[in-house]
Ligand binder design. Structure first.
Ligand code: AMP
Ligand code: ZN
Length: 116
């Protein structure tokens, strides 16, 4: 995926503040943080959105959640609490079409999940 910014980050072609990586996933700090802790966890594999996850990705999606759990502990937001967000499609405001999970914490988060 030549034009995908997150593929470029995963390949090391665009610099990012990487906080975790292994053979399947990479995690880095969001460039425009919405909370004191704001990380993005992505598969190295290009999957455009949650809608394109397939049967073959079940293990990968489970693995991403274990990485989210580890990062919540590493960044010491496991006890205070945190939020995991996936935006999918136009109405969610998804801006980058490479599957990613936001990990947010470090302060009380807004309760109006639907916005407005
Ligand atoms: P979404 O709206 O769910 O697609 O979120 C995309 C997120 O990617 C936003 O929170 C951006 O701030 C973040 N982002 C975009 N470009 C970069 C980058 N080069 N490095 C880190 N985060 C980025
Ligand atoms: Zn990509």
């Amino acid at each position: 995926m030549d034009e995908c910014i997150f593929c470029k980050i995963a390949a090391g072609d665009i610099k990012s503040d990487i906080v975790y990586e292994d053979e399947k996933v990479i995690a880095f700090k969001d460039i425009n943080p919405a909370a004191p802790v704001h990380l993005l966890v992505i598969p190295r594999k290009h999957v455009p959105s949650l809608l394109e996850i397939g049967e073959e990705d079940k293990e990968l999606i489970g693995h991403i959640h274990l990485v989210l759990q580890k990062l919540a502990r590493d960044f010491k937001i496991d006890r205070s609490g945190f939020r995991v967000i996936n935006n999918c499609g136009k109405d969610s405001g998804q801006a980058v079409f490479h599957l990613h999970f936001h990990l947010l914490g470090g302060r009380p988060l807004p309760q109006n999940l639907g916005g407005q």
